[in-house]
Structures are given as C-alpha cells and as structure tokens.
Design a binder for this molecule. Sequence first.
Ligand SMILES: [Zn+2]
Length: 109
Amino acid sequence: MGRVFLLEKEEPAFTCRTCNAQIALSAHLLDNFYNFFEFHQVYNVMVGEDVVPYGNDLYYGYEVSCVNCCAVIGWRRIQDEQGTLYFRFEHGRIAPPPSPPQNPPDVQP
Ligand SMILES: [Zn+2]
C-alpha cells in the first residue's frame, strides 16, 4: 500500500480522536443526537463491506474507519427508501473543532 493521502481543509472540521485526521466539516453536521454526530458528507474514511449492529444493537450499518489510523469511528447507515446516506460517528471517537470564543476577550485600557 502506498502513502495515505489525507485531505486537509481550511474550514472548521471534526477530527479523528486517535490521529487528528479531518473527518467532516462542521458545516456538514446534520444532527447531534443520542451519542452520535450525523453527517451526509465525510472524507478521509474507509467504509467496510459488512453490515454490523451498532449503538447497543439498535441500528445496523457499515463500519466506517479513519483512513489514516484505521480506528473505527462510526457507521454508514444502510440507504433508506429515499436513497439518503448518513454517516454516524460516535461521540468520543471523533472530536468537534475547537469552538470559537463566545465573547471577545476584555480589552484592558
Ligand atoms: Zn485516525
């Protein structure tokens, strides 16, 4: 296998907790529910071929792992009737981008 080519984007992105590779843009976050972040567009990942249960066996999907360190970070849902694809990443396996400061720092005169 050759060297892994990683995409690096300038925008705020969620990253692999293990190796910090970028996984998905914050702008593409669809939902944050139960203990998953949900996206329909991701990058720097590999999708497995076998359907496996996840989320305490509540759901079924394909394993999604980080292309850089191979850690399993989440699952791709099986396509629904509309053909919509979702990727779900478990909290703790990917990290959200550092949040921008809510207030500008106090300026001392
Ligand atoms: Zn990784």
